[in-house]
Design a protein around this ligand. Structure first.
Ligand code: NDP
Length: 478
């Protein structure tokens, strides 16, 4: 077991108690292929216990807390996370394989979600509605009850922050199923939250396999809302299970997001964003800019300048804190290599340099010569691979940008104000960034997709609507 672990990762949290599952799973270190730890292999009976504990919490200390008190608990958790950024970052780097500086930013983002939702907890009000004579009508914002959170391996801390943070702020009690390939920071966060005063059962964490613990959680009749981030296929299964219980789901299913570079773009400003948004977290980012659309007049120049950056990229162990880390698993590397094998008809404009050894490393690869319908310009690769596509006109840029099944994020680089607004209107995406990409990932900015990128919004104030339900109360008093 790694020295970075300051708790027993084989224990799961149910109803305020740290328990062992009947079986464990090995947790791999993507940087060298060794085993980091054994983690619980939660089963449906563990999910049953976690849902019962969450239900109990709603009827106990947690359920009785005012919005102000919930906010104070979240604020204490946020501060405790900030106090332990380095420990959390090291765990996330080891577990996910991301370079330390990225893991550190993720830990700070987790704290920031707690802070944001701490402040927001008592700000979401109902309304009064003018109605018939003799009536007073009002609306109440109430929690769903027990919320299920299925989190993937690429950004565990950020995704826990945005979904669990908002759910707790609204007074729900959460059951969290982290990914079997990365669950250390979920367990660490739960310990930090408990120490900061989160009552028993308000957050329960059951690691395990998706088809076992995850499926049991999504099918559970005692769960009232599911928040899922991951693949389209699993998202469909989650939505089917939720439909059987007639409960709402938030699905965030990734994308094939474009950055569009017009002929009047400020290239010096654009260049770092064009590359970083493709290789951050080794491309395993739902909002990765995996397609770069460039006005034909700039195509060769942009490719040359991106290529220069690619040549400087070094890929190695997470704790060495280079530009790019390994992929999460051998399976993910094979998946990405399988895509690259389908790129024989394309031109490799540049590759980064793998200096790590023994981990799941893939050289970042910049490809040109694809048509917009090429498999590599259509599928979510989830690896450090970007495809550059030329276009001639604004209409063509929009058609190419909108021409996939996805619609998560889009970036536009142009100085033309009217064009900026037309693109913002016409791009099929949940977020459009003009002359930037990601806007620093602010927790305040609602996030989610259209099409196969999913539905529902997390982050920002908007998430609070998703994690609550509206009740209309009409009082006839004459
Ligand atoms: P999945 O969608 O299968 O996994 C995401 C989460 O869902 C994990 O916690 C997983 O558990 C869980 N899960 C898996 N099966 C079920 C199920 N039947 N019911 C409920 N929960 C389930 O993604 P993968 O990890 O398999 O990655 C495959 C591809 O998905 C990637 O190559 C990428 O394209 C995409 N992806 C997209 C992400 C995004 O941010 N949008 C994040 C991750 C992946 P467990 O891992 O423990 O089995």
């Amino acid at each position: 077991m790694t020295d970075a672990l300051w708790f027993d990762p084989a224990e799961m949290l149910i109803g305020g108690r740290w328990l062992r599952a009947s079986d464990t799973l090995p947790l791999g270190n993507p940087s060298d292929g060794t085993t980091l730890a054994e983690i619980p292999r939660g089963q449906s009976r563990d999910i049953d216990a976690a849902v019962a504990a969450a239900d109990q919490a709603l009827r106990g200390e947690w359920g009785r807390m005012t919005a102000l008190e919930r906010g104070r608990v979240l604020a204490r958790i946020g501060q405790a996370v900030l106090d332990r950024v380095e420990e959390l970052a090291t765990l996330e780097a080891l577990d996910v394989g991301k370079p330390l500086k990225q893991a550190r930013a993720d830990a700070v983002a987790l704290a920031r979600y707690c802070e944001f939702y701490a402040g927001a907890a008592d700000k979401l009000h109902g309304e009064t509605i003018p109605y018939l004579d003799g009536y007073t009508v009002l609306t109440l914002r109430q929690p769903h009850g027990v919320t299920g959170h299925i989190v993937p391996w690429n950004y565990p801390m950020q995704i826990i922050g945005r979904s669990v943070g908002a759910a707790l702020a609204m007074g729900n009690a959460c059951v969290l199923k982290p990914a079997e390939e990365a669950c250390l920071t979920a367990l660490a966060f739960a310990r930090i939250a408990r120490d900061a005063g989160l009552p028993d059962g308000a957050l329960n964490v059951v690691p395990g396999i998706g088809a076992e613990a995850g499926a049991a959680l999504t099918a559970h009749p005692g769960v009232h809302h599911i928040s899922f981030t991951g693949s389209v296929r699993t998202g469909q299964l989650v939505q089917e299970a939720a439909a059987r219980n007639v409960i709402p789901v938030t699905l965030e299913l990734g994308g094939k997001s474009p950055q569009i570079v017009f002929e009047d773009a400020d290239l010096d400003a654009a260049l770092p964003f064009l590359v970083n948004a493709g290789i951050q977290n080794a491309g395993q980012t739902c909002s990765a800019a995996s397609r770069i659309l460039v006005h034909r007049s700039l195509h060769d120049d942009v490719v040359a300048r991106m290529a220069a950056r690619y040549h400087a990229l070094r890929v190695g162990p997470a704790l060495d804190d280079l530009d790019v880390g390994p992929l999460i698993s051998a399976r993910q590397r094979e998946l990405v290599e399988g895509f690259l094998a389908k790129a024989e008809d394309l031109t490799v404009a540049a590759q980064g340099q793998v200096v790590g050894d023994g981990g799941h490393y893939v050289a970042p690869t910049l490809l040109t010569g694809a048509t917009p319908d090429h498999p590599l310009a259509q599928a979510e690769i989830f690896g450090p691979v970007q495809v550059v596509l030329p276009f001639e006109t604004e209409a063509e840029a929009i058609a190419i940008a909108n021409g996939t099944d996805y619609g998560l994020v889009a970036g536009v680089w142009t100085r033309d104000g009217a064009r900026q607004m037309r693109m913002a209107r016409d791009l099929k995406a949940g977020q459009v960034f003009v002359n930037n990409y990601g806007a620093g990932g602010g927790v305040e900015l609602p996030f989610g997709g259209v099409g196969k990128s999913g539905h529902g919004r997390e982050k920002g104030f908007e998430a609070l609507y998703g994690f609550s339900q509206l009740k209309t109360v009409a009082v006839h008093h004459g």
